[in-house]
Design a binder for this molecule. Sequence first.
Ligand code: DGL
Length: 287
Amino acid sequence: MTGLRHDAPVGVFDSGLGGLTVVREMLRLLPRERIVYVGDTAHVPYGGRPLDEVRGFAQNISRFLIEQAGCKAVVMACNISSAVARDSVEAAHPEMPILGVIGPGARAAVRLSGGAPVAVLATEGTVRSGAYGRVLAAESPGAAVTETACPDFVPLVEAGRTESSEALAAAQRYLGAALHGGARVVILGCTHYPFLLPTLARAAGPDVAFVDPAGETARELACVLAARDLAAPERSAAPPPAHTFYATGDPDTFAVGATVFLGDVAESVRHLSWREESLVPDGSDAH
Ligand code: DGL
């Protein structure tokens, strides 16, 4: 008996807008699941920060989602958090399904590459953590892996400048390094990067396949919820679930980016304040 309720929400978090790429797949695959999303925009970008600092953010956001928001599962829709904090959060909450995006992304890439070289585009911190290298080595022993840090990408996504000439120049530069070793399968190892897909595809040309871990993450979540009898109950004629979106920075700025990506599902965003190591929602009338 875990005490987890199947009608409880699923918690999802990222440093900012990136995790919405995972939310979009969850909305498609698991339309009955209620989502509580935290975008830690007070601290975005995570990618250049010390790994211990990111671990602390991810542990504290997970604690908020589990203890305050009453979630039945947590999806770390953030590669760097998955790399540095998943194990410790799982150890602290052994009853709770805790999913990351790195395992699902690596498994999807290996299915596509069939043992050929794989490239990973990620933030500096995710590259520094070595997490993709480890998981890919376990999933596809002997396959060559090139990891390239792309520090310019997250600020471009958060600023809504995904199709700018700067974004194209950055994509050409990073892909030049990433594809040098012969890889034709590229993992988008940061949840912000699928926003850049049209620009990346333009820079890469037709022979390169990009893997967005979001779809596989949503599928793995569906399996875990079903296996643990935690899936939201099917109710005919029930209204769609009311999701909650929080930002630790300016909620209105977050709402603009979120609405462009997800539509009116995400138009109301509430502010969450960091108080030392805890997160506190503003009054319920805040938006
Ligand atoms: N979207 C996150 C990731 O997948 C974090 C990006 C950042 O804030 O640097 O790693």
